[in-house]
Design a protein around this ligand. Structure first.
Ligand code: TXE
Length: 499
């Protein structure tokens, strides 16, 4: 038996009522044009939490029209930047005032632990909003010393209507990373949430209106990818797209954008991130951090450190201790204190993960711990430790431990080559006491983030995004502003040549 499974106990009733299940268009909660709804499911039990309005292309049309009006005629891009700043600051305050309900809603719909929702994600949502509120009145252009008697200005203007599509693994953070910079720069937004987790975005969007956001500036459409999502990507009234999700869907999004109006696209996609443990590492600390790097959020992180590379000199000890750690992991009702791992998001992901584990075993990997469902209902999986299945994104609590050796002297060539041998390039972890090894690996790894002796540090100011097939562009920090700004050159002659 692996892990302490408390999954057979009665699920705890979340302390929040479901207030918003309709689409948010032009400042009003409305039904879908078709009148259709779809169920959003409690991953602890598979039972329906609520039925939610199912947006489709007609609703996307309505939402884009509202966002267009709010951009072309409305007050938002014309307000002073300071007024936009203050709306976002008030929003952050409201998030904190309603933190308990928001956290409960997130855990209920997603299955992540309440400790994580309340302790990290709601505070990070507020923090990210304040970070971008701070930028709103500090975005300015420049003056170019152009040749000849010309006065040349560069203005940074909002792009217009931003279409944003987010996944289910971090519904609130994805809302923050997308909506924060878009609004700070003066854009209007149509947000398509993931069909698995529509609830928290509707709730916080209502708070954003309470904070003074004008109608039509943020529209939220719940619904499915091939219908509502694709309609948003193809829409001629959308000026920019931002997408987070799987690499395959990212390719579709880019194609739809290209075939419609060539709207620019930023993509934050999958990963297969290496976590490298050098032979000088404190093994106990390395085991704990590597465990966190892959098992955090039920393993459902784009940047999960899912290829654990361990130096041969410490490999056996590392494997033994990782197995023990995985077996100690507390799986259970995410509302319960002390639980480290809740259920996977849905039945599809649940089955996909177990299929990957089986394929690992079939191709010769040693299954050290877990590998099966936990409990007898809901989408709980035992923390699983094995080797192989090291290429594709599993997106589950499955750790793959690979051995590497120093081919020559103290060189790190082998692990660099193997770590980089991936179509992905989102993140990497390096665990070592050697400054030289840390420096060499940080430079050599072809990834968007290198965490040295830490993992999953997500400060609002630190850019995040991928090399290679992990994405296009960066979110967070000053870099995200570039995604939501147009650059305009204004050139005027200077008549009096003396000046
Ligand atoms: O992803 P999708 P899914 C990876 C992870 C996971 C796999 C599948 O490996 O197992 O993807 O998850 C919308 N046009 N990641 O199926 O399809 C969809 O409605 C426009 C990594 O959930 O990429 C949702 O809002 N939009 C990832 C969003 O895309 C479409 C996080 C993401 O769904 C669409 C999630 C279409 N044709 C999954 N089809 C990360 N980078 O963190 C779907 N969507």
């Amino acid at each position: 038996a692996a892990a302490t499974a408390t999954t057979t106990e009665e699920p705890i009733q979340p302390a929040v009522e479901i207030k918003y299940t309709q689409l948010l268009i032009n400042g009003n909660f409305v039904d879908a044009a078709s009148g259709k709804t779809f169920p959003t499911v409690d991953p602890r039990t598979g039972e329906v939490i609520a039925r939610v309005a199912e947006g489709d292309s007609e609703d996307i049309d309505r939402a884009v029209a509202a966002a267009r009006r709010a951009f072309d005629e409305g007050p938002w891009p014309r307000m002073t930047a300071y007024e936009r700043c203050r709306v976002l600051l008030r929003f952050a305050d409201l998030i904190e005032q309603h933190a308990d309900e928001i956290a409960a809603l997130e855990t209920w719909d997603n299955g992540k632990t309440l400790a994580q929702s309340a302790g990290a994600e709601v505070p990070m949502l507020a923090r990210c909003m304040r970070y971008y509120a701070g930028w709103a009145d500090k975005i300015h252009g420049l003056v170019v010393p152009a040749d000849g008697a010309h006065h040349a200005l560069v203005l940074h203007e909002p792009v217009g209507v931003a279409g944003q599509i987010i996944p289910w693994n971090f519904p609130l953070l994805m809302f923050a990373w997308k909506v924060g910079p878009a609004l700070a720069c003066g854009n209007t937004v149509v947000l398509k949430t993931a069909e698995q987790t529509p609830l928290s975005a509707l709730y916080v969007a209502s708070l954003l209106h309470e904070a003074g956001l004008p109608d039509g500036v943020l529209n939220v459409v719940s619904g499915f990818g091939p219908t509502a999502g694709a309609a948003l990507c193809s829409h001629m009234g959308v000026d920019k797209l931002a997408f987070t999700g799987s690499t395959g869907t990212g390719q579709i999004v880019l194609e739809l954008a290209a075939r419609s109006n060539l709207k620019p696209v930023t993509l934050e996609l999958g990963g297969k991130s290496p976590f490298i443990v050098m032979d000088d590492a404190d093994v106990d600390q390395a085991v704990e951090l590597a465990h966190h790097a892959v098992f955090f959020n039920q393993g459902q992180c784009c940047c999960a450190g899912s290829r654990t590379f361990v130096h041969e000199r410490v490999y056996d000890e590392f494997v033994e201790k990782s197995k023990a750690r995985a077996m100690k992991r507390v799986v259970g009702d995410p509302f319960r204190n002390g639980v480290e791992q809740g259920p996977q998001i849905d039945e599809e992901q649940f089955k996909k993960i177990l299929r990957y584990v089986q394929s690992g075993v079939d191709s010769g990997a040693t299954l050290l711990a877990g590998g099966d469902r936990a409990g007898n209902r809901g989408f709980y999986i035992q923390p699983t430790d094995d080797m192989k299945i090291a290429r594709e994104e599993i997106f589950g609590p499955v750790q793959t431990i690979l051995k590497f050796s120093h081919a020559r002297g103290s060189g790190v060539e082998e692990v660099i080559r193997r770590a980089n041998a991936s179509h992905y390039g989102l993140a990497a972890g390096v665990f070592t006491r050697s400054l030289d090894a840390a420096n060499t690996l940080s430079r050599a790894l072809r990834v968007g983030t290198v965490w040295v002796n830490c993992y999953d540090v997500f400060d609002a100011g630190i850019p995040f995004g991928g090399y290679k097939m992990s994405g296009v562009g960066r979110e967070k920090g000053v870099y995200a502003l570039r995604n939501y700004l147009q650059t305009k050159a204004v050139v005027t002659p200077i008549r009096d040549a003396a000046w």
